[in-house]
Design a binder for this molecule. Structure first.
Ligand code: SF4
Length: 274
């Protein structure tokens, strides 16, 4: 699943669900699955349910952690929560009433900002009419190569305040990328054991598509054995974030607790080439 490279002081993982199953090639080296096996071996109470040996693994069986469902309600200060480490919010075995409960907690906490990404975009699109889509929620899909660009079509069907393309881990070019209706794009290379190399040309093509459409672009790292979040492309960092369309004048906090999209003009193709 999408894994933030670092978790800053203003970003918390909220995990009312834990565990998952592989669904596409981007899952082949799921770092959360590997972490779950280690956490099970260490005796962690949240990682004692094994998943299917073919699609999941030790300690990674999909499990509802109902005691964590209302956790954000207990945070009084505005906080960023990420729903995506060790889980996929639209996993087929998450019962709809429980899923709806998660969305209702999000809607009940307008002081917080929530982010999630899913590879189960078809289920998301089908259930979208039955769920609240509050404006404090970033809704994302993970796309690892061009074979899965249809997840963006599903995302466009969702009445989300912020629609986010997470090209993570990027393991192939996104030829044919259509950014209609997409508010922000992030890219991360695969990292950890068995990582597949990313190519700069793939990232440059995505960055250029973002520049052409004035869509904020965030490069989170090139991946490798260990990801380095200080990642340069054409000599500069790319850490743009969107303004929130439903809250004029308010800048969303960076999920990493660091830089903000300032709205300065994106460089032209000529400028970036220089
Ligand atoms: S969807 Fe995400 S959490 Fe689930 S197996 Fe794939 S990479 Fe891991």
């Amino acid at each position: 699943m999408i894994t933030y490279v670092t978790t800053g002081p203003t970003c918390y993982d909220w995990q009312p669900v834990l565990g998952c199953d592989r669904i596409s090639p981007g899952c082949d080296h799921c770092v959360d699955m590997a972490d779950a096996a280690n956490l099970k071996a260490a005796g962690h109470e949240l990682f004692q349910h094994d998943g299917h040996p073919v699609t999941s693994g030790p300690g990674f069986g999909m499990t509802l952690h109902t005691h964590l469902l209302t956790l954000p309600l207990t945070y009084e200060e505005p906080t960023n929560f990420f729903l995506g480490v060790g889980m996929d919010l639209f996993h087929a075995r998450i019962p709809f009433p429980y899923l709806k409960g998660i969305f209702e907690v999000i809607a009940a906490c307008p002081r917080h900002t929530f982010h999630f990404c899913t590879r189960r975009s078809l289920r998301m699109a089908r259930l979208a009419p039955k769920l609240p889509w509050p404006d404090n929620l970033w809704t994302g899909v993970s796309v690892e190569n061009a074979d899965y660009l249809n997840r963006l079509d599903h995302l466009r069907q969702v009445p989300a305040a912020i629609r986010w393309l997470a090209a993570e881990p990027l393991i192939g070019p996104l030829d044919g990328l259509n950014l209609d209706g997409i508010d922000t794009v992030s890219v991360l290379g695969e990292f950890g054991e068995g990582h597949r190399p990313i190519e700069q040309a793939w990232v440059r093509d995505i960055r250029d598509a973002c520049i052409a459409r004035r869509v904020p672009f965030y490069l989170k790292g090139w991946g490798g054995p260990v990801n380095n979040p200080i990642a340069l492309l054409d000599g500069r960092l790319w850490r743009q974030l969107p303004r929130h369309p439903a809250r004029p004048g308010r800048l969303l906090p960076d999920t990493l607790g660091r830089e903000l999209w300032t709205g300065e003009p994106a460089p032209t193709a000529t400028q970036k080439a220089g």
